[in-house]
Ligand binder design. Structure first.
Ligand SMILES: Cc1ncc(COP(=O)(O)O)c(C=O)c1O
Length: 356
């Protein structure tokens, strides 16, 4: 068929499986095992169906933007809100990666970056992590790497490795790249990492992206946001308002605001995950796994003798889902999301049988 020759073809991102059966232990998509803040449930009860007759408010004019601005001590003109951080990141790719020069990101990283780049015909180059899965900052500095880039994006902590880059190293990258936009994807920063948000007032080329999907237990509500200079945020809004003015539903805006209001619950819930993760490091070590030190709500682990694919399949037979990629450099690793203590105990028992 002739029309097919002109189709914009792309190999889509493959999301983790979403089994809905009761009894499944789902440690494969980095969701939070705890419920959102209690205020979110109350806000659901307070939703007004009459409001749904109207188009929703512009996100930057809502209580959600005001709550986020107050929480982070920045202006509402420094925040862009979207439908999960995937939407925010995709808009940022389209807005800022437009020079024709390659955008740089790590070889092992969030596997949506190359999909968006392919979709929008943005050239890119994958810079290899070192043997310990660390980002080598020299690879992102033209005077050391010899690569004149059109932008930079990486998660911190990186996914799926969980490895954290210190803020001073991020600052070196941003400072060495003042002519392009640097996007730091902080989807997992609330589990013990230090955000580089403090740099946005000094560097108008830095965009920090976060999400409600992990630390705020609201993956199903689809809320993400970017923070940066008013200029960057203005350009993002221009592109967004050229695609869809009303991206955020009335419900998402209300429930997101309720979540940010409960800072105490947020801190406690993140603390619980961090404690379980630290214990998981001990247990996995005892079970003969090795892994880079994780600052996220997952651990990226390889067993010293049993192949990851085999463990992945055997866990699945036991209704325990973790994530596995049959890809270069990482095909012997499993990414295990931190669940409740009870779920993790079931995982350790299953692993002891499979690997013992
Ligand atoms: C590194 C990273 N960035 C962004 C996202 C997207 O999250 P969401 O669209 O749910 O905010 C994910 C989700 O897994 C992720 O791992």
């Amino acid at each position: 068929m002739k029309w097919e020759e002109n189709v914009r073809r792309v190999v889509p991102y493959t999301a983790g499986e979403q089994p809905r059966r009761a009894g499944v232990i789902k440690l494969n998509t980095n969701e939070n095992p705890y419920p959102p803040a209690p205020g979110v449930q109350r806000a659901i009860a307070g939703l007004d169906a009459e409001q749904m007759r109207l188009y929703p408010a512009f996100p930057e004019k809502t209580e959600l933007a005001a709550e986020l601005a107050a929480y982070y001590g920045i202006g509402t003109d420094q925040i862009f809100i979207g439908v999960g951080s995937d939407d925010v990141l995709c808009q940022a790719f389209v807005t800022f990666f437009n020079s024709g020069r390659p955008v740089l990101f790590p070889d092992i990283t969030y596997s949506f970056y190359d999909v968006w780049a392919d979709l929008y015909r943005i050239p890119y180059r994958r810079q290899p992590l070192d043997e310990a899965f660390r980002i080598r900052r020299e690879d992102y500095m033209e005077e050391k790497s010899g690569v004149a880039c059109g932008g930079i994006v990486f998660p911190n902590p990186n996914a799926p490795t969980g490895v954290l880059m210190p803020v001073d190293e991020i600052e070196e990258i941003v400072a060495a790249n003042r002519d392009v936009v640097v996007i730091v994807d902080e989807a997992y920063i609330d589990f013990g990492g230090t955000s580089c948000l403090g740099l946005i007032d000094r560097y108008d080329n830095l965009l920090v992206v976060q999400t409600f999907s992990k630390s705020r237990s609201m993956a199903g509500m689809r809320i993400g946001y970017a923070m940066g200079s008013p200029k960057l945020i203005g350009y993002l809004n221009d592109v967004k308002y050229s695609v869809n003015s009303y991206t955020m539903s009335y419900a998402a805006l209300q429930l997101g605001a309720a979540s940010v209001r409960d800072a105490d619950y947020f801190r406690k819930s993140c603390g619980r995950i961090v404690r379980t993760r630290e214990r998981a490091k001990e247990e996995l070590g005892r079970l003969d796994f090795m892994f880079p030190d994780s600052y996220a709500n997952f651990i990226f682990a390889a067993h010293r003798s049993v192949p990851a694919k085999e463990i992945f399949e055997r866990l699945k037979e036991n209704d325990i889902y973790v994530r596995y990629w049959d890809k270069e450099r990482i095909s012997n690793y499993l990414r295990i999301t931190i669940g409740t203590d009870e779920q993790m105990e079931a995982l350790y028992a299953a692993l002891a049988k499979i690997c013992g």
